[in-house]
Every structure is written in C-alpha cells, then in structure tokens.
Design a protein. Sequence first.
Length: 239
Amino acid sequence: MGTPTTFERKEVKYLISFGQRAKLQELMDTYMSPDSFGKSTIMNIYYDTDNKQLIRHSMEKPVYKEKLRVRSYGTANPESTVFVELKKKYKGIVYKRRVSMSQEDAKLWLEKNTSPPKDTQITREIDYFTQSHPLNPAVLLSYKREAFFGKEDSEFRMTFDDNILWRDYDICLCKGAYGEELLPKGMQLLEVKAAMGMPLWLTRFFSENNIYKTSYSKYGNAYTAMTQKELAERGRYSA
C-alpha cells in the first residue's frame, strides 16, 4: 500500500497527563495496534507571510482556514524525502493534501519559486495557494510522536505527542530537533483522528476520567510564545 496523499477526517485534541496516558494505554492494548514506525521524531516547517497572516487568521477560529508546512521524519538532509502538506479545516473537518519530494526540491519550490518535481493536482493546488500568499519559513516545530491505529478500523488513529519544541531561527529540517518547550510539564497532547465517529470505549474513558477536548494548535501556541518573547525583548531594550 502506498503512502496516502489525501486525508479527510475529524481531529479532536486532548491534553492528558502521563498518568492518564498510562491508564488509557492499558485500554488501548485491546482495541489499538502500534504504528509500524514506533515512536518517531517529527519536524515541521510552517510557512507564513511576513506579518503572520495565516496563523493570526487561524487563531480567530474561522469556519475555513489553511496552513502550509513541510514535514520530515527525523533530521533531514538535502536528499531526504519530505512531505509538503497543505492542511485545510472547514467546519471541524480536516482536509490534507500532501506530496513527497526531496528536501532540496521542496526548498527550491517553496522558497525559490521553481517548478515542483512533478506536475500533479496536489502540486497545482499548493502552487495556487502559494501564489495567493507570499510565504516564507516562519517557525520550526518538532515533537516526539507515538501513533496507533484501530484493530478493526485502520483509518481510526490516535497519536501522542510530547517534547513539543519551537524555534524561529535555524529554520531548517537539517539542523535537528531543539528549541523552546510548549507543553506544560508532565503533559502530552493526544490527537484522535477518525473518518467516522469515536468508539464508545474511548468516549466512556474520557467521561469517566474527566478528560475534555481542547483547542490546541502547535503553531498557534508557538506564535503566542514568539509574540510574548518579542514584547519582552522590546521592553528590555526600552528600559
């Protein structure tokens, strides 16, 4: 089976403690299987306008929003395969289009306005988006992820992210995972991804353990931290 290039699903997020994760894992062993990649390091470069128009619009919680990022699994080199992803959200449903290529080709395409390695419907869609917005690398986000899929429904997925780090310098997938921490200490971000509804065993677990869905954007939180850092630096210089 090839790597999927399009996704359409509902994504629900929860902030849970390591203790809650351990309790949930016991239940998941019955219904879920671990992803073949195991625990991996994911690195993303998010692209935005100079005034961060895309993330500012996203944080206003509009009905429709879009983000563009390049993702690698682990530290990349120029020849490594990366994924250029256009992520859209409309009325709570996430639509993702992605295309794979070398890191060097992705950088040339998105930052030097060259043609993509292949002309496809997805590359044309991304081209249209980038031509409508003058974009540059805005932030690098990395995190450790452990993924699981349903034993009866392989489209049903759960991912746990921790050690979420951001930086707005050295924005290159080739320079490793480091930066400033986003999550509160002792917490993980759980994302439940389903094309259909959430299984009863999971909704019951959330209810019994008083775990509630949350609105959590990694890039949004990084932008907030970035803004606070800039304001603090301005205050220090003007003092």
